[in-house]
Ligand binder design. Structure first.
Ligand code: SF4
Length: 94
């Protein structure tokens, strides 16, 4: 192996590593999503209204722990619903 081959291999390795970065970043983004149309339509906000908040709403799908973002049965594909959030579709969890 000569100097040129070694340099080419090094460049190829660096280029390959850099090519993977966007895929890793985009796969992380696939897991986090917001349903903007539903948020607007139902006037979602990240703060509660009195005692009414997502964590005590019938439609809330909790995240891994009590403070984590979760989902909502009303907001298809949205994975960033705050347990402290609220919207006009709130319904008391029984
Ligand atoms: S319906 Fe509204 S208040 Fe209830 S969990 Fe979904 S976003 Fe939160």
């Amino acid at each position: 192996m000569n100097q040129t081959d070694s340099t080419r291999r090094r460049i190829f390795k660096i280029a390959s590593a850099l090519a993977i970065v966007p895929f890793i970043a985009s796969s992380a983004n696939v897991l986090a999503a917001q349903n903007g149309a539903m948020r607007t339509g139902l006037k979602y906000k990240d703060t509660p209204t009195g005692d009414k908040k997502c964590s005590n709403c019938y439609h809330f799908v909790p995240g891994p722990d009590a403070k984590s973002l979760g989902g909502c049965k009303m907001f298809a594909g949205d994975t960033e619903i705050s347990p402290e959030g609220y919207c006009s579709a709130w319904a008391l969890k029984k």
